[in-house]
Design a binder for this molecule. Structure first.
Ligand code: MLT
Length: 411
């Protein structure tokens, strides 16, 4: 007998896209120690945590130092104070009613969108929009739900729904039967959105086909236009077919602090081999209680401060700050004659590369000639080839500096 590895890992590309970018940037920096590199690759925030959050965070840490207020393990699903804040502030004002046992606090939407596939059978057919946040794809590869990647950059057995300038970044309903559909709107990486009518078609499709939509709404705070749903539950019937993921990372600066939540309505059901319907909520609860011990008390207290009037004002200021950067990026690149998408309801700007250049070539050009790091579109899937993503999460000064440098390139 020998210990055997999970061979599905061999189906993966050698490294995660953002790890690969870091390696390339580090190599360039080592070779060019004086280069002042501006990072607009990974969507990591730069503004500090809001004051309201920090104050509550400090108070909660002090509580942990006192035997009267110290807390050990908390509920795996999260403390009720935070769950109630979420329901009252993120959902009720939009006419969405949730019960506390439908909201699960976690340490990140990356983990939740990656882990959720565990509660589904390996034979489900999974559909993803293309380009796509790689976590949805790669966690299904790791689990064994796909075959190897073909020369077209697509994993066998996975259904890819192209989102390109040609279809206005609106995915078409699948031609074949699919069981699980990952949707992320506002979209990472393209920064584009779906209207209520467009999202309704997906809910209808899922209801008709007994499919499940895994809806990643991590960027909802960046929506500026009307008629763009902030939650999939704004669409009638979605409670029966959709799980929703939200995060404090991008709206409140928690990328390093880690707090997020997932909504699993009791009505969302999937089927066993005999065709009996089962609610996903107890399955996710079972998974979380076994594999997760909850987010720390100080972090959940810190997250709850997001919902105070001061917290709300501060997070709005941060979002507006980043959206000003987004506008600067959009306008500067449009002025250069580039084709630019997103950046209106999203902190991501999706750029068509000039002269049909491939994504990595454009990445290298920006790194070497402007010392600006983006994310090559092809890293998000084959339909991302010929595009590059910039984030608005850097400082205003760096954003302006980056645009100045890019405008000096002859592109
Ligand atoms: C991104 O750059 O796509 C995001 O930062 C990824 C993430 O949130 O994990």
């Amino acid at each position: 007998m020998v210990a055997k590895i999970n061979e599905n890992y061999h189906l993966l590309k050698s490294s995660y896209i953002f790890a690969e970018i870091n390696q390339r940037v580090e190599k360039y920096q080592n070779e060019n120690p004086d280069a002042d590199i501006i990072r607009m690759g990974i969507g990591d925030v730069t503004r500090p945590l809001p004051q309201a959050v920090i104050e509550e965070f400090h108070k909660a840490v002090d509580e942990m130092a006192d035997s009267d207020t110290f807390r050990g393990y908390g509920p795996e699903q999260g403390y009720s104070f935070l769950i109630e804040d979420i329901i009252e502030n993120d959902y009720l004002p939009r006419g969405i009613e949730l019960s506390p046992d439908e909201v699960f606090i976690s340490d990140g939407a990356k983990c939740d969108t990656g882990n959720i596939q565990e509660i589904f059978d390996l034979n489900n057919v999974v559909a993803v929009t293309d380009p796509v946040y790689p976590v949805y794809v790669e966690t299904n590869v790791m689990a064994g739900r796909t075959g190897p990647m073909g020369s077209d950059g697509k994993y066998e057995k996975l259904v890819y729904l192209p989102c390109t300038a040609e279809n206005d970044f609106v995915p078409e309903l699948p031609q074949e039967d699919v069981d699980i559909i990952y949707l992320c709107f506002p979209n990472n990486p393209t920064g584009t959105t779906l209207t209520k009518e467009q999202l309704s078609k997906w809910v209808e499709y899922a209801r008709e086909n007994k499919a499940i939509i895994l809806f990643d709404a991590a960027y909802e705070a960046y929506i500026t236009e009307d008629n763009i749903p902030h939650s999939i539950y704004e669409i009638e019937g979605a409670r029966e077919v959709a799980v929703e993921f939200r995060s404090f990372s991008k709206n409140a600066g928690f990328t390093g602090t880690r707090c997020a939540y997932t909504v699993v309505p009791q009505e969302v059901k999937a089927y066993d081999k005999d065709g009996n319907a089962h609610s996903l909520n107890p399955l996710w609860n079972r998974r979380q209680t076994t594999k997760f011990n909850g987010v720390s008390y100080p972090i959940q207290k810190a997250a709850s401060a997001v919902y105070t009037p001061k917290g709300q004002k501060e997070i709005r200021e941060s979002v507006n700050y980043y959206m000003k950067n987004a506008a600067i990026i959009r306008e500067s690149l449009l002025d250069l004659g580039l084709k630019v998408y997103g950046g209106v309801n999203s902190p991501y700007i999706w750029i068509k590369t000039p002269d049909g250049m491939d994504s990595w070539k454009f990445f290298d050009l920006l790194l070497e000639k402007a010392n600006v790091v983006g994310t090559p579109g092809v890293g998000f899937g084959p339909s991302g080839e010929g595009y590059l993503r910039l984030t608005a999460f850097n400082t205003l000064e760096n954003t302006k500096q980056a645009m100045e440098r890019i405008s000096k390139l002859s592109i």
